[in-house]
Design a protein around this ligand. Structure first.
Ligand code: SAH
Length: 477
């Protein structure tokens, strides 16, 4: 890598901006090459979408605090990569400038209020970290003071002084982290001023963000990313959509606003789910629901119950999706999957699994969410291979249900109709048996079981009559 451009004084020590020695256009070439190497075997990789102004894009900034014996003063900054040594940083080219200024002010106030920085070795002292989040669209600012102890002397005065210095602050929290851990935030949280959360806007929706919940750190590029994701989803107003790994519900709610018929979001972090539910209310989205759970477990259960979606958005953390999630996804057989990934390596692994499960990779679009760093975000469109192609579906005989890989809407409509009119629950398998009897094309080769002696359950007469009537109702026979 050529070293032509090193504008940041702590570039080497900090290690956060691995590509800062390259001018921005060359960083984009580097990222494009990386995607090409890792993802090129799945299809054409579209040119990466970069930023017009790739500076100060981070809306979330956190700084660690410590007493520096050598300098005889409290310092704040970032951990030197792979160490617990703090590199003092007062301003950073990737971080929001307001946030940086607030952190410097907090450091000054510590001295005025005779408060100590936390000492990792002894577990004593007061301030460990400061976390600042700013809504770029709304200007709202959250400051979280992460302390090693719940005791906060002169708390009221401290808060008043900080607000005086920075009237733009809309909420201040104290988070208590008294554990010997490298995690920034602890469990306990106290609101010291304001509502305890901030609100921001993305793609025409408003989002409430709390201290612990995940929110994309580059809002300018998030709009670019989400717009691509919506374009890929081709929502027409009817689709049943799953937003897996939904965080505070951003993708699901943007989808609900842009043509999803109904949206369900699933997320592990309880704070994020609370925010997502509140966000649905605040955006008056009556067709969006959110639930807490492991995305893999949730989808496996849904697959067992014969639940299906037309479009699945998935946005897992860096580790990618679990095997359980991918298997269940293939079983649920959505027509389109929009995979948003922050790690092209795990993305490549997961695309391989989905490709082997009859998904075609249609589009691969990298987006530069993290200029100057080596991180690459990619949004990929996958579509279910068309029904004429041979699809192997393994049937779980205990479970008497089968996922319709052919026409979700029709199967779901028939199920809903039969349930409402006759109070009977019918499976896709039964529907496909009755359709076959009526000479209708079920559109695929259900290779029902690999076991030679497997018995395929047969639709009982009452359900057959009900399904037959539904087929008539829908003018299919
Ligand atoms: N789609 C959201 C969040 C993406 S980040 C957005 O664009 O803002 C990934 C999210 O996955 C995080 O909110 C994290 O809490 C959640 N997560 C991590 N592991 C999970 C799991 N096993 N099941 C469900 N959610 C998980």
């Amino acid at each position: 890598m050529p070293t032509t451009y090193t504008p940041c004084p702590v570039y080497r020590k900090c290690g956060g901006c691995q590509l800062q020695n390259l001018e921005y256009p060359r960083q984009l070439v580097w990222k494009q090459d990386r995607c090409q190497k890792l993802l090129g075997r799945f299809g054409k990789v579209s040119p990466i979408l970069g930023m017009e102004c790739p500076y100060h894009y981070r809306n979330k900034v956190q700084a660690a605090f410590a007493y520096d014996k050598r300098r005889g003063r409290i310092i704040s900054g970032v951990y030197q990569s792979s160490t617990h040594r703090i590199v003092p940083v007062d301003s950073c080219q990737t971080e929001d400038e307001t946030a940086d200024r607030i952190i410097v002010s907090v450091r000054g106030l510590l001295k005025d209020f005779k408060l100590q920085a936390y000492d990792e070795n002894t577990g004593r002292g007061f301030l460990r970290h400061v976390l600042v989040k700013r809504g770029f669209a709304t200007g709202q600012v959250m400051v979280v003071l992460v302390t090693g102890t719940p005791v906060f002397t002169a708390k009221k005065h401290f808060v008043a002084k900080l607000r005086e210095l920075h009237p733009e602050i809309t909420t201040i929290l104290q988070n208590v982290n008294d554990k010997r851990t490298s995690l920034v935030l602890g469990e306990r949280e106290k609101v010291l001023y304001g509502p305890g959360y901030i609100v921001d806007e993305l793609c025409g929706c408003r989002f409430r963000i709390s201290a612990k919940s995940f929110y994309q750190i580059n809002p300018v590029q998030t709009e670019v990313l989400y717009s691509k994701a919506m374009e890929f989803a081709e929502l027409t107003g009817k689709e049943k959509v799953l937003d897996a790994y939904c965080g505070i519900g951003t993708i699901g709610l943007v989808a609900a606003k842009h043509g999803a018929g109904q949206v369900l979001g699933v997320e592990l972090n309880p704070d994020a789910v609370k925010d997502a539910i509140q966000n649905a209310k605040e955006n008056a989205m009556k067709n969006a629901w959110f639930t807490r759970g492991d995305a893999g477990e949730f989808l496996a259960q849904a697959a067992q119950e014969g639940e299906g979606w037309d479009v699945v958005f998935m946005d897992p953390p860096r580790a990618g999706a679990s095997g359980e999630f991918l298997t269940a996804l293939a079983a649920c057989a959505p027509r389109r999957v929009v995979y948003i990934s922050c790690d092209p390596e795990t993305l490549a692994r997961d695309l391989g699994v989905l490709q082997a499960n009859h998904y075609k990779i249609e589009q691969i679009q990298p987006v530069d969410m993290f200029p100057h760093t080596q991180h690459v975000e990619t949004v990929v469109l996958l579509s279910k291979l068309n029904a004429k192609q041979h699809i192997e579906v393994e049937l779980n005989l205990d479970e008497l249900d089968l996922t319709a890989a052919e026409s979700k809407a029709t199967y779901d409509e028939i199920k809903a109709y039969v349930l409402e009119k006759y109070g009977l629950k019918v499976s896709s398998l039964y529907i496909s048996q009755v359709k076959r009897k009526c000479g209708l094309d079920v559109g695929q080769n259900y290779n029902l079981s690999k076991k030679e002696d497997a018995k395929v359950p047969q639709c009982p007469p009452d359900k057959e009559a009900a399904i037959m009537e539904a087929l008539k109702h829908f003018h299919m026979v």
